[in-house]
Write a protein that binds this ligand. Structure first.
Ligand code: HEM
Length: 513
């Protein structure tokens, strides 16, 4: 039972060594903490703070989560008589009430044609799981750069989240998805979209890739082009989280220009002998298998290379967290059975191309989720931060930036849902034929919007947006990492151009002004 104190009584504790303050109806004894306070003791001893209600000042300078940290929560000695806390501890799984913090289908009072009750139930369970189990580790790994723990991978595997991240398909059959909330044959691209959105709303961009993105892009070629024997061996290992896989295509010599790749595979009896290097390989530092693009006698061939003699991986320092496992990979006389060839020898380009739509769509989802999260951060900050005695939102220039940010994220989300609906209703061949252009344009537009939002949000947060940790930590990381989305899975300009070129192919010859 919390001690109940009157404001009168609290106000008497207003000197060095005997210092209480009120934050959101709670009374904190900061007498001993004042010396340790990162913001210094003078601010706590100031008039209007010492022995007083410092709620407004507090929320102008700290995130609410500061008060929830055990070392600070224990400074609380009581509550103010007759007052109630306004800012509650977030409940895991709950939906934000901040306008535009959630996509329309989750916002109170709004409807959507795309989502069923099953999607809602699924989203709710998934958010709870992500907030309780994934978020704490995501924050830690983002900061310390360590790889996702096996304990968390096991939990993801138990719910079949690793398998679900590959989208609907035969690999789901016979599995119990999310404790049975969704049946394998019911699982669609909106379910998968939900996973991507839940995963990317913690301000942990490196960890988004660290949470086994390598499997999302590296395993489909095995599933679709591997021999039955190879599939039987590899797929269960990866989907159960016992082994890790990465897609190894890009090189220092060539990225989008597949013809320029220099890693070679030369036949020696029943084996390939592979030599070359790969760069920017997500999850590569800890991968057990590499789905690798190689130059062979007859062209470009994709081969599954296990981590074995002659395979060396080194971490690459990037602007985001090493938890993504970004690697430089060296293959030196690596011997791999010819049976590890994915698809036909020389037909590797189509193996890789069939992967692209899904990969780009996935990056679009996570990029947009992170962008929406930043909109929520800005709306909260601009409301709680006071300048010249008024909230930031009283400045027209700030409201104008918010209008742009909201419009961008809403427009992108609506476009994404239209595309996702097509994916649910097209055959695989139709998708390949019709959606490469639109997905290219969509991803390109979403990442452009992301970078515009990164700029706007830094202006709203000011100095805090260039400070690691504290109030603006999520804006700082978004600003630093949103460029990743504009590069990975196809650079922004290349994808925009692909979209237009595909459209031009379909221009009817009779279309004249
Ligand atoms: C129980 C009460 C408080 C606790 C536990 C606390 C804790 C902290 C912590 C952990 C930081 C480091 C930055 C961060 O993690 O956000 C910080 C910074 C700071 N605090 Fe406090 N604080 C308290 C109350 C206050 C009050 C009442 C004021 C002013 C009236 C204040 C002024 C500051 C300032 C100026 C900074 C530096 C902010 C910056 O670098 O942007 N603090 N405080």
């Amino acid at each position: 039972m919390a001690r109940v104190l009157t404001r009168d009584e609290i106000s008497k504790h207003n000197t060095e060594g005997n210092l209480w303050i009120i934050v959101d109806s709670k009374v904190y004894d900061v007498s001993r903490f004042a010396d340790l306070h990162p913001g210094g003791d003078t601010v706590l001893l100031a008039e209007g703070v010492a022995g007083q209600d410092a709620t407004e000042a507090f929320f102008g300078l700290h995130r609410h989560e500061v008060l929830l940290r055990p070392q600070y929560a224990k400074l609380q000695i009581g509550v103010v008589e007759g007052e109630q806390e306004l800012v509650k501890k977030p409940v895991a799984g709950s939906v934000s009430k901040v306008p535009y913090a959630e996509p329309t289908w989750l916002a109170e009072g709004f409807r959507s044609p795309y989502y069923t009750d099953n999607h809602r139930k699924y989203q709710s369970a998934l958010r709870k799981f992500f907030e309780e189990e994934v978020q704490p580790e995501a924050l830690q790994c983002e900061a310390n750069g360590k790889k996702i723990s096996q304990g968390l991978v096991d939990k993801l595997a138990a719910l079949e989240i690793i398998a679900m991240r590959l989208g609907p398909g035969k690999h789901l059959s016979g599995r119990t998805l999310m404790n049975g909330i969704v049946r394998p044959e019911e699982f669609d691209y909106f379910h998968e979209l939900i996973i991507n959105f839940e995963l990317a709303r913690f301000g942990t961009r490196g960890f988004v890739d660290g949470l086994l993105n390598g499997a999302v892009i590296g395993l489909p070629p095995v599933l679709n082009y591997g021999s039955p024997e190879l599939q039987a061996e590899i797929v269960p290992q990866v989907l159960s989280g016992k082994k890790y896989i990465a897609l190894a295509i890009s090189e220092a010599f060539a990225g989008s220009d597949v013809a320029g790749l220099q890693t070679t595979a030369v036949r020696d009896g029943d084996h390939w002998v592979i030599n070359g290097t790969k760069k920017w390989i997500t999850n590569g530092t800890f991968a057990d298998y590499f789905t690798t693009g190689c130059k062979t006698k007859t062209g470009f061939t994709v081969i599954l290379i296990p981590r074995s003699e002659g395979v060396e991986t080194k971490p690459i320092k990037t602007a985001y967290s090493p938890t993504a496992g970004t690697a430089y990979v060296v293959f030196k006389n690596v011997r791999v059975p010819v049976a590890n060839t994915l698809g036909k020898e020389g037909a590797g380009l189509s193996v890789i191309l069939t992967n692209f739509n899904h990969e780009r769509w996935m990056v679009t989802c996570t990029a947009l989720s992170a962008q929406r999260f930043v909109v929520e951060e800005c709306l909260k900050w601009a409301t709680q931060r006071h300048v010249f005695g008024k909230p930031l939102t009283s400045q027209a220039v700030i409201r104008s930036k918010l209008a742009d940010m909201i419009s961008r994220v809403e427009a992108c989300h609506n476009w994404l849902e239209v595309i996702t609906h097509q994916m649910n209703n097209m055959s695989y061949n139709e998708m390949s034929k019709r959606l490469a252009g639109p997905i290219g344009l969509l991803k390109s537009y979403v990442t452009r919007c992301g970078r515009a939002t990164a700029e706007d949000s830094t202006q709203i947060f000011g100095g805090r947006s260039i400070t690691v940790g504290g109030m603006g930590k999520n804006v700082e990381i978004f600003h630093r990492t949103s460029g990743f989305d504009a590069i990975l899975a196809g650079a922004e300009d290349v994808l925009a151009d692909l979209g237009v070129r595909q459209a031009l192919k379909n221009m009817p010859s009779e279309a004249k002004l």
